[in-house]
Design a protein around this ligand. Structure first.
Ligand SMILES: C[S@@+](CC[C@H](N)C(=O)[O-])C[C@H]1O[C@@H](n2cnc3c(N)ncnc32)[C@H](O)[C@@H]1O
Length: 191
């Protein structure tokens, strides 16, 4: 099996990748992660989905590719330049792009709970973790990537990562699988 041979890459994916490269954006999601998101998202028909940290929309495109017609995705980003790339290439009525600060968004959100959260920014992951898990329905997925050492990690980040993993694993209401694959994935389901 060669897990880097990936079928069903979203149509707009290559265009977004080119734009991402042109912007020299270094924090884009890995293609394998995107493919996993697509597969997992497909298990949530009519699902409500959340992405924290849209970037240029690479993972957004993958999630949309796995969603059925009744599912809805909210994706939050605070960098206008990046989210504009996503908005330019992703024209899909199932997605709502929100340009705002993720910390404020999480604290102020009062809508329905989510069935799937891809937490790909500081808010919702290392910060406001409990608040974000509170936004997840029972049986919902909480997915994080970049849990293996990455070239763009700041000094001391590995310690923060280890503490965060411990914190996740201590929670009795979460089922956790760690994958030493792609950039390091954690698949978490809320009981
Ligand atoms: C790892 S990147 C996201 C990659 C993206 N999901 C993808 O598929 O390529 C993290 C993103 O979080 C955004 N971000 C950082 N701090 C934020 C904040 N306070 N609120 C919202 N977005 C934030 C960054 O601008 C960056 O685009």
């Amino acid at each position: 099996m060669n897990d880097t041979v990936i079928a069903g890459i979203p149509d707009m994916y290559e265009k977004i990748k080119e734009a991402t490269h042109d912007l020299e954006f270094q924090m884009a999601s890995d293609v394998c992660t995107g493919n996993l998101l697509k597969t997992l998202v497909a298990s949530k028909p009519a699902g409500r989905l959340l992405e924290l940290g849209t970037g240029t929309g690479l993972a957004t495109a993958w999630m949309l590719a796995g969603m059925d017609a009744k599912s809805l995705l909210t994706t939050v980003e605070n960098n206008e330049l990046l989210i504009e790339v996503a908005k330019k290439y992703i024209r899909d009525s199932r997605v709502e792009f929100v340009l705002t600060d993720g910390y404020e968004w999480i604290r102020n959100y009062e809508g329905p709970l989510f069935d799937f959260i891809f937490a790909d920014a500081m808010p919702g992951k290392y910060d406001l973790f409990d608040e974000t898990i509170n936004l997840l329905n029972s049986h919902g997925y909480y997915i994080i990537d970049d849990m293996l050492p990455q070239p763009n990690w700041p000094e001391g980040h590995d310690e923060r990562v280890n503490l965060f993993i411990k914190r996740i694993e201590e929670r009795k209401d979460l089922l956790v699988t760690k994958l030493n694959w792609s950039t390091g994935i954690m698949i978490i389901v809320k009981k």
